[in-house]
Design a protein around this ligand. Structure first.
Ligand code: GAR
Length: 196
């Protein structure tokens, strides 16, 4: 299963996937490329350290969306790999219809809350501020409904009296690093089916 990772930030989820891949824990998954809209992002450095092809691809930093010529560049660059799966691992650009159609039913996203709660940005912080006692992370199929595609898997994280945001954030990230490799492995083995 040819797999591409897209990220914008630190890249800890990409790192968890690449570590799992090095240990042959991802079934038939081959991570063939890592791309970022942020030139100096950690995600590209992590890919480098695992000797995985990686690149910064241009995008208009004043827009939350990937559109126009930028979107075309991303579609063309990714198409060269003929990917079976595209993983949004901390990728902060909103994908539009042309991209979603081109890679129909093959894009998953990891989100740091128990969807459908706390869609959007700063999800861990908003859950913490709200005082919820259980939050977590979700992996879902990506469609045009932001953070609203069909849920594939979730992992719960408890928030206990006396916890601070830093502790909860670390716990949610640890849950992500466990859940994402597991889901990718299951997708590659057909244990979790791709949508038809
Ligand atoms: C992760 O917590 C991921 O769930 C979140 O960004 C973080 C990226 O961390 N994604 C979103 O908020 C998407 N809306 P990483 O770069 O260390 O993997």
């Amino acid at each position: 299963m040819k797999t591409i990772i897209l990220g914008s930030g630190k890249g800890s989820n990409a790192g968890a996937l690449l570590d799992a891949s090095s240990q042959n824990l991802l079934g038939s998954t081959q991570i063939v490329g890592v791309f970022s809209d942020v030139a100096e992002s950690g995600v590209l450095k992590i890919a480098d350290s695992h000797n995985i092809e990686n690149d910064y691809l241009r995008s208009d930093s004043s827009s939350a969306k990937l559109t126009g010529e930028d979107e075309q560049l991303w579609m063309d660059s990714l198409s060269e790999y003929n990917p079976d799966l595209i993983i949004l691992a901390g990728f902060m650009k909103i994908l539009q219809d042309p991209f979603l159609k081109k890679f129909h039913n093959s894009i998953i996203n990891i989100h740091p809350s128990l969807l459908p709660s706390f869609k959007g940005l700063r999800s861990i912080e908003r859950a913490f501020d709200m005082g919820v006692r259980i939050t977590g992370c979700t992996i879902h199929w990506v469609n045009s409904d932001i953070d609203g595609g069909k849920i594939i898997a979730q992992a719960p994280v408890r928030i206990m009296e006396g916890d601070n945001l830093e502790i909860v954030t670390a716990r949610v990230h640890a849950a992500e690093h466990m859940l994402l490799p597991w889901v990718v492995s299951d997708l590659s083995q057909g244990i979790i089916p791709f949508p038809k």
